[in-house]
Ligand binder design. Structure first.
Ligand code: SF4
Length: 534
């Protein structure tokens, strides 16, 4: 490094002090996917620098003010990438939402929303996404366009930094906790299956326990799919550098750990309990006991140090890495005593990767092993049943759940099994049977998470008229219902591989009103079903 520095400092470039000229803009020639590409994926810079001057952030001082590239240069770069066989793109910028085409670059101004539409039309491009967004420049309009652009991944990274309005003001972020949560709500409304992640800083100067609690509450309310949590430390040139860094180190550590533990626990719940189709409907955050219980399933395996790494990957949601590290462990002699736990973890990873057949095979090996304890066998049996359930093989799933009830005392997993059987009977239209499972759930596990879910009074009722895999068929059916006078709309939810689309005909405050519309639909030749809504 000293040699390189000395070479550079002797160069002409250094002598002319090129970086000290007024503009920090890089020449256009510097941008090409060669800098940032993978096999089928490339990063494409749309803007550099930032003019927001958040009080803790050094970016405006080291990267300069926001500078946007011309839309035609961005599109050219993407087209060039596509020609090279790259079909996935990530658009990069410190604050992509503030994108605005430079005045001289095109006659009609192009903002971020228009840019997304233009990119979505690029031939040969399969998928694209963007980072990072700023809440103050994010809008419902953006979410609507995100939902419309079929090539755009439904992921949003929206750093919140703090849940306390006082701290947000000190950070110069330009929004309040309420505005942020309203955005999250609007995002979920437009893209119920979309994911949302965030960044949080703990221990910002003057952050009190109450401020921190506000952040913790916001995390619960927003229901992030992942969060990157940082401990504050001052940066040169920034406004916050002049504030007293007054939250003690140990307290920063404690707050950091508290949020990290929370998000890890949530990931485990999402992963183990709240299966993909059901996820949007559950309010997991109000049920810490459930979180703890599900966490225990993984944590109890932590006594074996060798499983630390795969467990860690699993908790982070890196299922492919979990699977691969387990494969390696299976070949490792000292880990032979953990073979069954490793296979169980491989089964869980396959479940999350939608490789259901493979998942069943690992779970099955555990259940038939004479060496497996009852708890592990029972958990693996639940894995088999879940694999059928997530694979939409409801008859097989029902058989497997019933087998668990017959074979193992309905303690630990009983409430989950009853809940699943209730869901299956309900989905297959056997309402009486569904109600029987529900009664057993409430009677035998009155304090369980699942029972609590089902005792909550629905806030409203909808009438479901159809469920489709094809968006085109869904649109047609929805239009048909609207044309004959029903207040129809489409709800998208994640399916096993593809999203599923439900056409609903109105939302009502009382069950009676919903039932009346159901009858109307039936008379028009469309059998329908009333569903409670939260
Ligand atoms: Fe800009 Fe982000 Fe830094 Fe704020 S935190 S100044 S938005 S780069």
């Amino acid at each position: 490094i000293p040699k390189i520095i000395s070479e550079v400092s002797d160069s002409e470039l250094f002598k002319t002090k090129i970086w000290e000229t007024e503009s920090r803009e890089r020449p256009e020639e510097i941008y090409h996917t060669g800098f940032y590409e993978d096999k089928d994926h490339a990063y494409v810079v749309i803007s550099e620098g930032c003019s927001n001057y958040c009080s803790y952030c050094v970016v405006p001082f080291v990267r300069g003010e926001l500078h946007n590239r011309a839309p035609k240069d961005i599109i050219n770069e993407i087209e060039e990438a596509v020609k090279k066989g790259i079909n996935k793109i990530t658009l990069l910028g410190q604050n992509v939402n503030a994108y605005q085409s430079p005045a001289a670059s095109c006659q009609l101004p192009v903002n971020f929303i228009k840019l997304l539409k233009l990119i979505n039309e690029t031939k040969g491009l399969k998928e694209f996404t963007f980072v990072t967004s700023h809440p103050k420049d994010t809008s419902v309009e953006l979410f609507k366009i995100m939902a419309e652009c079929d090539k755009l991944k439904k992921n949003l990274h929206l750093p919140v930094q703090s849940g306390s309005d006082r701290i947000l003001e000190l950070m110069n972020r330009g929004y309040t906790k309420k505005k942020y949560l309203d955005l999250v709500k609007a995002y979920r409304k437009e893209m119920p299956a979309g994911t949302i992640t965030t960044d949080i800083i703990v221990g910002f100067p003057t952050e009190s326990s109450e401020d921190f609690q506000q952040t913790h509450d916001l995390m619960k309310e927003a229901g992030f799919d992942a969060a990157y949590i940082f401990k504050y430390s001052p940066r040169p040139h920034t406004q916050a550098e002049h504030y007293a860094d007054d939250v003690p180190k140990a307290e920063k550590e404690r707050r950091h750990k508290a949020l990290l533990d929370f998000i890890k626990a949530v990931l485990v719940v999402i992963m183990l309990c709240v299966s993909m189709p059901a996820r949007a409907e559950l309010d997991i955050f109000d049920h810490p006991r459930q979180i703890e219980r599900k966490k225990a399933v993984i944590v109890k395996k932590d006594d074996a140090k060798l499983l630390d790494y795969p467990n860690e990957c699993f908790l982070k949601g890196e299922y492919e890495a979990t699977f691969r590290s387990c494969q390696k462990l299976l070949e490792y002699k000292p880990a032979q005593g953990l073979k069954l736990q490793i296979m169980y973890l491989m089964g869980l990873s396959c479940l999350k990767l939608n490789r259901f057949l493979e998942a069943r095979s690992y779970f099955n090996d555990v259940t038939i092993s004479g060496a497996a304890g009852d708890d592990l066998k029972r958990d693996a049996s639940l894995g088999i049943a879940d694999s059928y359930f997530l694979d939409d093989k409801l008859d097989e799933a029902a058989g497997a759940y019933k087998e668990i009830l017959g074979r193992y005392p309905p303690t630990e997993v009983g409430s989950i099994v009853y809940y699943r059987l209730y869901e299956i009977s309900h989905q297959q239209g056997r309402e009486e049977e569904a109600q029987q499972y529900l009664s057993r759930l409430k009677r035998e596990f009155p304090f369980s998470f699942e029972a609590q879910l089902k005792t909550e009074e629905p806030k409203s009722y909808s009438v479901q008229a159809g469920c489709f895999n094809s968006k085109r068929n869904t649109d047609r059916f929805c239009e048909k219902l609207v044309s004959i006078g029903f207040d129809a709309y489409i709800v998208e939810s994640p399916g096993v591989e593809e999203p599923r689309y439900r056409v609903k005909a109105g939302r009502f405050n009382s069950k009676e009103e919903a039932e009346a519309v159901k009858v109307k639909l039936k008379n028009a030749g469309y059998p329908a079903r009333v569903s409670p809504e939260k």
